[in-house]
Design a protein around this ligand. Structure first.
Ligand SMILES: Cc1ncc(COP(=O)(O)OP(=O)(O)O)c(N)n1
Ligand SMILES: Cc1nc(C(=O)O)sc1CCOP(=O)(O)O
Ligand SMILES: [Mg+2]
Length: 211
């Protein structure tokens, strides 16, 4: 297995909430989360720049690993810890510019072909989804399930990995048993009746990641 060409991240990134506002970023940092993502969809750069800059500043203040989804130019401009991109972004994003600016890169994958393509870029981590059915995002593919996830984790060896998609608190132990280094989730926190209790329980189960 190749090694990342982008700056490295710890093999275990731990609990990895994916959220859509600076308010969530602020709350989760205060709650002890140290790996997280700002995922704002389908807005123009001018509409999101202030929020992205504010989230990055918060991430730095807490010495956290904040990834910016999609808006890689703004992530470079405001010196984010990292960027998360999907397969379709690989056709258009300037990966050299991201790497030259010293940002970490996470890439989404959903099957063997996408994994091969992602590995060619030698990102900082590989995300594997969606593990279970999810209501948060319309997915064109079928859930890969735990057996396929475990097989991918074995193939990836020491490469930092993240599991995403339909992961509820109840499912976390089985996901961790595959050996994945990080658990990314949206609704298990943002739709929880008590997000603070959910986050505390998830931090207990998954951890905040290695230094
Ligand atoms: C940790 C993590 N994994 C996968 C995704 C999905 O990213 P992408 O394929 O770019 O899709 P959108 O999130 O942009 O809809 C993610 N965001 N984070
Ligand atoms: C944003 C996203 N990307 C996915 C992928 O598989 O690439 S699944 C997903 C949504 C995850 O939300 P929840 O934890 O609520 O299921
Ligand atoms: Mg994206």
């Amino acid at each position: 297995m190749s090694t990342p060409a982008f700056p490295s991240v710890p093999k275990r990134l731990g609990l990895y909430p994916v959220v859509d506002s600076v308010e969530w970023i602020s709350r989760l940092l205060e709650a002890g989360v140290r790996t997280l993502q700002l995922r704002i969809k389908d807005k123009r750069d001018e509409e999101v720049e202030a929020d992205i800059a504010a989230a990055i500043a918060l991430g730095k203040r807490y010495e956290a690993r904040l990834f910016i989804n999609d808006y890689w130019r703004l992530a470079i401009k405001h010196r984010a810890y990292g960027v998360h991109l999907g397969q379709e972004d690989l056709d258009v994003a300037n990966l050299d510019a991201i790497r030259d600016a010293g940002l970490r890169l996470g890439l989404s994958t959903h099957d063997n072909m996408e994994m091969d393509r992602a590995l060619e870029a030698r990102p900082s981590y590989i995300a594997l989804g969606h593990v279970f059915p999810t209501r948060t995002k319309q997915m064109p593919s079928a859930p890969q399930g735990l057996t396929q996830l475990a097989a991918h984790i074995r193939t990836l060896g020491d490469y930092p990995t993240v599991a995403i998609g339909g992961i509820s608190i109840d499912r976390v132990p089985a996901v961790l048993a595959t050996g994945v280094g990080s658990v990314a989730l949206v609704s298990a926190i943002t739709q929880a009746p008590d997000w603070q209790a959910a986050t505390a329980q998830l931090l207990e189960l998954v951890g905040a990641g290695d230094e």
